[in-house]
Design a protein around this ligand. Sequence first.
Ligand SMILES: C[S@@+](CC[C@H](N)C(=O)[O-])C[C@H]1O[C@@H](n2cnc3c(N)ncnc32)[C@H](O)[C@@H]1O
Length: 269
Amino acid sequence: LSGAVAQPSLAERAAEISWYHTLELPGGITTPGSFDTLDELARVPLPASLEGRRCLDVGTADGFWAFEMERRGAAEVVAIDLRDPARFDWPTPMDSHQRGAYEREYARPRGFDLAHRALRSTVEWRELSVYELGPDRLGTFDFVFMGSLLLHLRDPVAALMAIRGVLQGELLSVDAVSPLLTALHPRQPIARFEAPGWPMWWTLNLSAYRRLFGAAGLEVLAGGRPFPVRRGPAYASSPRSPRLLSQRARDALVTRVGILHAWVRARPA
Ligand SMILES: C[S@@+](CC[C@H](N)C(=O)[O-])C[C@H]1O[C@@H](n2cnc3c(N)ncnc32)[C@H](O)[C@@H]1O
């Protein structure tokens, strides 16, 4: 009898994880994310080469964008996120259903760790809130990516100011914008207050999203037209508990179409 215990394969370990990102791993494995990040990547201007640049991914989740920056030649990539959902700057209190679901999800093996090993990545994961960024903690960066985080934050301007403090080159921000407010108010910056009961504080129209950068001391270099970030196979099972009819209607729209996003390239003014 051999004493060797069969190790689970990469595919078996990947199947235990609830993935946020759709990631390609070795062996032809594509993770079933909550969102179709491969489709999103094709719609945003992530530089084709990041050769020699020091890069930061803010709110990295399973690390899709950090690993992509590494693949594009970055000299170094730092990825920040929070392990404890209680530290998220989300409207509080999360109700007990939401909190329980997040705690169960966050107790499971993390997608980032599995993908990091499978890809033999050298991305450095650090537990830090976007608000805590500062040159004294992580140094400065030539390129920063931040995706789908501003919508969850109470103070998106403070988050962008913290990024400005570590930014020596360019920021690519990709974030949610309201389809309705963008259609109704094409030029006027408008935000709807969402809290509580939904994991966001504000929903901005496209004009307000673009105005945030100037308010945080950043100069907008370019901005793209809105596009949907499409849901992936795991979306249906991710923890949400919309209470209001309007929130349930929006959830149904997300399931069918995706969440409308736009991108902005910016640098310190
Ligand atoms: C909606 S996901 C977006 C993931 C990824 N950035 C993307 O664009 O595909 C938001 C991520 O931000 C993280 N997060 C939440 N609050 C944060 C904060 N205050 N600072 C940094 N990351 C945060 C969450 O844990 C989650 O991984």
